[in-house]
Design a protein around this ligand. Sequence first.
Ligand code: HEM
Length: 489
Amino acid sequence: MRNDWSGQTFPHPAGRRPVVGDVLGMSADTPLQSAMEHAKGLGPIFELKIFDQKFVFITGAALAAELADESRFAKSLSPALVALREFAGEGLFTAYNDDTNWALAHDLLRPAFTKAAMQRYHPVMLATVQELFDAWDAGAEAVDVSADMTKLTMETISRTAFSTDFGSFSRSEPHPFIPAMIAALKAGQRKGSLNSMPGAALMAKRIDKRNAHHQAYVDSLLDGIIAERRAGEVDESDLLGIMLHTPHPETGERLDDLNIRHQILTFLVAGHETTSGALSFALHYLSRDPVVLAKAQAEVDEILGPDRDIEPTFEQVPKFRYLRRVLDEGLRLWPTAPAFTRSPREETVIGGTYRMRPEDWAIVMLPLMHRDTEVWGDDADQFDPDRFEPENARGRQPHSYKPFGTGERSCIGRQFALHEAILVLARVLHRYDIAGDPDYELTISERLTLMPEGFELMITPRVPAQAGASDTRPAPSIDQPGFQATSQG
Ligand code: HEM
């Protein structure tokens, strides 16, 4: 994918070599983290050359804010997302802006994310968390957090969106969809970063061959879900029902079967990977900071009371304002969908200096943009949920916090993810005491999304504080306005 920026060059790591460019020192398994290492000291815009392919990264909040201007810029597909189109086609995430299926699916599926729809999903989310707790209560004390959060969010999206139970909690191994999906995401990541290497076509063929049985498995699984639903009663109450039975209200158009398969896959992947990572990072930081943990527990006790089996109502979920800040801060440091790509609609100049044409693209690297010291201060690397207290957030530069992307192509499932994640955190912290291994060092695996690896928690049954007893704990700060107040979309 050409990206020559009219021949301009940007700061790049020392030691660039002829032919291979900056490839030395880049890890194929953790490209984001090695690019973050390479970015040190290079300023708000830098480039990496991987063989012939130029990648331009934005790490400064001011430049990222410019690229967030929808009148001048739009989403573009990075090489990794282009590679993923072989798997997810014109699904919402991987569609080009002008693919007709994008507008059609976006219009059809928006009603599946309204407040009324969320109210329908709430009891399903609660029942799914309860299954996780049943498994925890029956099993060992140490739990593999990322694996369990993945099971949980996977079940939640498959049950709410497709009325399909993957039986994740009754299996000893993850559902085969999970390894197949991880293999496909990793294949996309590898093909995307190596696409300019000599012999790339051959390597891509090899990767595809290794991946073929996963692809065939996923296709047959999804076609099975579609066939089963077609054979049953017409039910338009979930995403699959809408896609199968609802025509576009103005044009009468419907999605075709191939696109429905791609959308199911997109929602199964986008609808759980990122949320399970967000929950796992939040639990990691909670387990590391006794003060933050105590504040979070005091909040859940105050809202839910002394019965550890009580479930939050739909209306209570937005009231966990401190939990929301914990989640927001985890997503600031480790935004689990860590980058998005932008191109100008017409030729323009960014940062007052750099010429950018519609065929050029820049990757906004969120973990670094979210640590821009101009916005977040010298302690930007530290976990501190109080950054999202309203008085601390007030006046912060617009568009400096973008874990859910930006503009028209930002995350359609944002409210779903926030509702689910807060509900899960509230129930976990109310019901269990959590303790991490003090020797554990945060290790992050990459498969386009980010996920803590090897992170275990010891969980023990907890007795929530009685009303009034919480006076002995640090008081939660629940003075934040509405549910959406802390993030800018
Ligand atoms: C913490 C959880 C989540 C995070 C951090 C996240 C992040 C993102 C980001 C950054 C984008 C924009 C990507 C780009 O511009 O290339 C995006 C798009 C998208 N997300 Fe999420 N997401 C989350 C949860 C969800 C959930 C729960 C769903 C579905 C139920 C979902 C479905 C989608 C879809 C379909 C798109 C593509 C939208 C479009 O282009 O029209 N996401 N997400």
